[in-house]
Design a protein around this ligand. Structure first.
Ligand code: HEC
Ligand code: HEC
Ligand code: HEC
Ligand code: HEC
Ligand code: HEC
Length: 501
């Protein structure tokens, strides 16, 4: 059977039909394309919104150091930030209106710092709003020459580095660090005065025209408000740590980088997790550092973060003049000793909280609810003033019980700390007496080395600001070693200098 030819299928009508079908297909295609585009635009803008969920009233840029400008967009965070000038008090922490000299509580500090600026003036810390004011007014700055490097952690300084470095933050950092303190300070003021939004609401927060203490731009990228670090000392230090083979099980992004191709240097802003950044922003400043006149400020993490890893780095590090690293020569014993400063990041790193993924901000900047909004508490302070939000989100027992547990840790640490202080003073007296009795440098060399070791450990715990809480067993171990080295030193003095009969 053969089909009759269909008259409607003349070549002309077929062509017309084909054209209609073609147009329909085109139309459908275009509609689909438009639909898909619209969908993509929608997804994209939602993504942008998620990335940038804030309504802005004023623009802030990487140069906006003035928190007053940021306040217009983020008043809640600003209000918390501003409260860092309020006085608070806990057993071992808090920020008093007139912070005590540390040596009032621990007189042995004056002995261990003999011959060094810390014997002149060394206060308890207080809130962030005071950081620049307290640095400008300490006798360590007003009565001793200090480098511009001091400002690295006490001012909102990155735009100054960028300007002085002709666009390059790292080279500006090197230049400002090498200046005299006052010169560096003048540079910071110059940068800030380009941005005169401040109303002088809180005097301490802007002691001198244009210069600000730590500000929003030091922890946040102004375009997305995401956390990021920008202090060159930290970026260089964490890179050096990544290059070492010291285990850092609490910093998985470093472990991952080490296991990977390592084509690019470790970059915390690219590689770190958000949770890590919630500690890294604090680790920009709450760390051991060296900022003397001979070399640019650095964080000594090339062998790792532990007390003996840092010590090994210092012991093997030579100044440009070839001399082994030391902070100063102790006035009573002649030992070339080290100064430890606020190693909170390093100590936290050895504790159970870091190991469990608990960040500085979890305890020191806990979330609060304001209506439907979650707001991080920018009143950075002792978590013991805020136990319900700082601790009870994870530890479901009574506030008095939590306080009690912290108190046990801190009291035990304090008892060991006082023992270590006493042992240290005994060694200093031992060496001093032997020197007065005519002991030679070679007879004292062993005891002086032990002085260096014991004092480094004692100061590491004394200068850490949590009274043992951040890593109780680690600080106990360090203090036990300190006591042991101090007493070994005393024995060394006795063996070398007491005449045998
Ligand atoms: C699990 C909670 C927790 C974590 C995580 C934590 N801290 Fe603390 N921190 C504390 C407690 C508790 C104290 C003791 C406060 C006191 O004695 O009043 C403290 C004390 C301090 C102090 C002294 C506070 C004061 O009022 O004098 C500083 C500074 C500090 N921590 C910084 C840090 C930094 C930086 C990190 C991260 C590297 C960190 N902390 C991680 C709980 C925490
Ligand atoms: C790596 C960051 C960093 C650098 C660099 C730095 N500081 Fe600080 N400074 C801190 C931190 C963190 C605190 C708060 C913790 C504490 O007091 O232990 C602090 C506290 C202080 C205080 C208040 C408590 C006290 O010690 O009386 C003074 C004053 C001070 N620093 C002066 C200086 C001077 C002077 C220099 C330069 C020699 C300097 N700082 C360099 C981070 C730094
Ligand atoms: C730019 C450097 C810098 C950064 C970043 C920084 N701090 Fe501080 N912090 C300081 C200095 C300096 C002081 C001491 C100020 C003073 O005594 O005048 C201080 C003081 C403190 C105190 C004592 C407050 C009190 O009331 O006694 C706590 C707690 C603290 N910081 C925790 C943190 C935490 C947590 C972070 C991260 C979220 C952080 N800091 C980030 C430099 C810094
Ligand atoms: C020392 C570091 C630091 C400084 C300085 C700082 N912040 Fe934050 N900020 C944080 C941390 C940590 C978070 C929590 C971010 C997260 O978990 O992703 C945060 C979160 C925020 C958020 C997100 C919403 C929230 O509350 O969690 C905003 C908005 C914000 N900060 C604004 C500001 C403003 C405005 C300033 C200056 C007045 C400021 N921050 C200063 C560390 C800082
Ligand atoms: C984000 C959760 C979280 C927060 C917030 C938190 N902790 Fe913890 N804490 C833990 C974890 C996890 C452990 C480890 C024990 C475990 O696995 O149960 C721990 C352990 C402890 C221990 C035993 C410490 C040791 O070294 O043996 C104490 C004490 C403690 N926390 C106190 C506090 C205090 C005080 C605060 C508030 C300042 C706090 N924690 C905040 C999660 C948290």
């Amino acid at each position: 059977m053969t089909a009759k030819p269909d008259p409607s299928r003349s070549s002309a009508s077929v062509a017309r039909r084909n054209r209609i079908v073609f147009l329909l297909v085109m139309f459908a295609g275009a509609a689909a394309a438009i639909g898909i585009t619209a969908l993509l635009v929608n997804i994209f803008s939602h993504k942008q919104e998620a990335k940038n969920p804030y309504l802005r009233f004023v623009a802030v840029t990487p140069d906006t150091t003035d928190p007053e400008a940021w306040r217009k967009n983020w008043p809640r965070q600003y209000d918390g930030y501003r409260r860092t000038v309020e006085a608070t008090k806990t057993n071992f922490g808090g920020g008093d209106v007139n912070p005590l000299q540390k040596a009032e509580a621990y007189p042995w500090l004056t002995r261990i710092f003999a011959g060094y600026a810390f014997a002149l003036d060394y206060h308890d810390r207080r809130g962030h709003g005071f950081m620049l004011f307290d640095q400008e007014s300490t006798k360590r700055v007003t009565e001793r020459p200090q480098p511009g490097a001091c400002l690295h952690c006490h001012a909102s300084i990155i735009p100054t580095y960028r300007r002085v470095g002709g666009g390059d933050v790292q080279s500006g950092f090197v230049k400002v660090s090498a200046m005299k303190y006052q010169e560096g300070h003048d540079e910071v003021e110059k940068t800030g005065s380009l941005d005169p939004v401040w109303n002088g609401v809180v005097q301490e927060m802007k002691h001198v025209e244009g210069a600000h203490p730590v500000s929003c731009v030091d922890c946040h990228a102004p375009d997305t408000m995401e956390l990021r670090v920008n202090r060159p000392g930290f970026i260089n230090g964490i890179r050096a740590l990544a290059m070492s083979d010291s285990p850092v099980p609490h910093l998985l992004s470093i472990e991952r980088w080490r296991a990977g191709a390592r084509k690019e240097p470790y970059d915390p802003n690219r590689d770190a997790t958000r949770q890590e950044l919630r500690s890294f922003v604090c680790g920009q400043c709450h760390v051991e550092y060296y900022c003397g006149p001979k070399v640019t400020l650095f964080y000594p993490w090339n062998n790792g973060l532990r007390v003996e890893e840092i010590e090994r780095f210092y012991d093997e590090y030579n100044f440009p003049d070839g001399h082994r690293f030391y902070d100063w020569q102790h006035a009573d014993t002649g030992a070339e000793v080290l100064k430890a400063q606020h190693p909170e990041f390093e100590t936290w790193s050895q504790g159970i909280h870091a190991r469990s993924g608990v960040a500085c901000a979890d305890c020191h900047m806990p979330y609060t609810r304001e209506g439907a909004m979650k707001v991080s508490d920018h009143w950075v302070r002792s978590p013991l003033l805020n136990i319900s939000r700082a601790c009870q989100t994870c530890h479901h027992y009574a506030e008095t019980e939590i306080k009690g547990r912290v108190d046990v840790i801190q009291q035990r640490n304090n008892v060991l700390l006082q023992r270590a202080g006493a042992a240290m003073v005994a060694l200093i007296d031992g060496i001093k007496t032997a020197q007065a009795g005519g002991a030679t440098p070679s007879e004292l060399a062993g005891a002086r080395e032990l002085h260096r070791k014991a004092q480094w450990r004692l100061d590491f715990v004394a200068a850490e600001n949590s009274m043992g809480f951040h890593a109780p067993q680690e600080t106990a171990r360090i203090l036990a070693e300190s006591i042991d080295y101090a007493r070994q030193g005393e024995l060394a003095v006795i063996r070398k200098t007491v005449p045998k009969n």
